[in-house]
Design a protein around this ligand. Structure first.
Ligand SMILES: [Zn+2]
Length: 307
């Protein structure tokens, strides 16, 4: 069995920061957003967190060899076709039910197997006892239940919907494409609806028998050491000390996070401070729209001022 800590939630909820912090713990190997590795890295040869192009990174080259006899043996278009066929948010009710058709189940199992082979190889190459996949997509977490060799544990990361909505309105470039592309942007009402859908999906995942631990972004930034200790215990990894976190700053080393938020390239001290810019920067009308659309779950997660 290969133990995988899957970081889930809607984008801009702090999953990359959490992955980087967990990556500093002994026995933990962060892989980045594996969901995007097939297209962006194997096909697109974008940059790994270590700064090298994917094809030049020794870590990923060794993983590709071990898992598939080389990345050229991976049928990327097959993986993407499977992804398109089974790993959609709208398919979650079917993925969660026991009434899936035999044909559909075969597709899900095949899709999950590509991940399982990659994880198994990454565990051997890194020597880590836990791998972190920060893919975020709830539908992928549901699919991974169908990989019998994966000991799946999910950290469901939530952040105040108003902060998430504000973040999705900002312009962010993607350095791994050498500045050629920007990250997607959403209107506040669109991100509010996505916030509801993604968080609801993770809230019901535990009913399918998957261990799920909910972590609030704000909690992580307010009490990083305690939160990391709690997650380490959930993932069954030792937590001797967290000397890389001191005086509100985390000292990050290099990593091989394959795809995801540009923060995966950051090395050195990172201030652990909540980004609460939305409180002043998100226009009142937009804030009211997001608050109204997300009010029920904001309440469930313990956020105040949902109006
Ligand atoms: Zn690398």
């Amino acid at each position: 069995m290969v133990r995988v800590l899957f970081l889930g939630g809607l984008g801009r909820s702090g999953t990359t920061l959490l992955e980087r912090l967990l990556g500093e713990l002994p026995g933990v190997c962060p892989l980045g957003e594996v969901v995007h590795l097939w297209e962006r890295d194997i096909a697109g040869d974008e940059r790994c967190g270590c700064g090298k192009h994917f094809s030049d990174c020794e870590f990923w080259r060794a993983v590709g060899e071990k898992a598939f006899g080389g990345w050229h043996h991976v049928d990327v278009w097959r993986v993407l076709a499977l992804q398109h066929a089974v790993e959609r948010t709208r398919h979650i009710p079917r993925l969660a039910s026991v009434r899936m058709s035999a044909a559909q189940r075969l597709l899900v199992e095949e899709y999950a197997d590509w991940y399982a082979r990659l994880y198994e190889a990454a565990a051997v190459v890194s020597g880590a006892s836990v791998l972190v996949d920060s893919s975020k997509h709830a539908a992928l977490a549901y699919c991974l239940r169908y990989a019998p060799s994966v000991d799946l544990r999910v950290v469901h990361m939530v952040r105040d919907s108003r902060g998430v909505a504000y973040s999705w309105t900002k312009k962010v470039s993607r350095p791994e494409t050498d500045g050629a592309q920007e990250m997607t942007r959403y209107s506040p009402s669109r991100s509010a609806l996505l916030w509801n859908a993604h968080n609801t999906a993770f809230s019901v995942l535990h009913r399918c028998g998957v261990p799920v631990r909910r972590v609030r972004y704000e909690e992580l930034l307010d009490s990083p050491v305690e939160t990391l200790r709690d997650i380490a215990s959930f993932a069954d990894v030792p937590f001797p000390t967290a000397e890389f976190v001191k005086d509100g700053t985390a000292e990050l080393g290099p990593c091989h996070s394959a795809a995801g938020n540009p923060m995966r390239f950051t090395v050195g001290p990172v201030p652990l401070r909540r980004d609460d810019a939305w409180r002043t920067a998100l226009p009142g009308r937009q804030r009211r729209v997001v608050s109204a659309l997300t009010a029920p779950l904001l309440g469930v997660y313990g956020y105040r001022g949902a109006r």
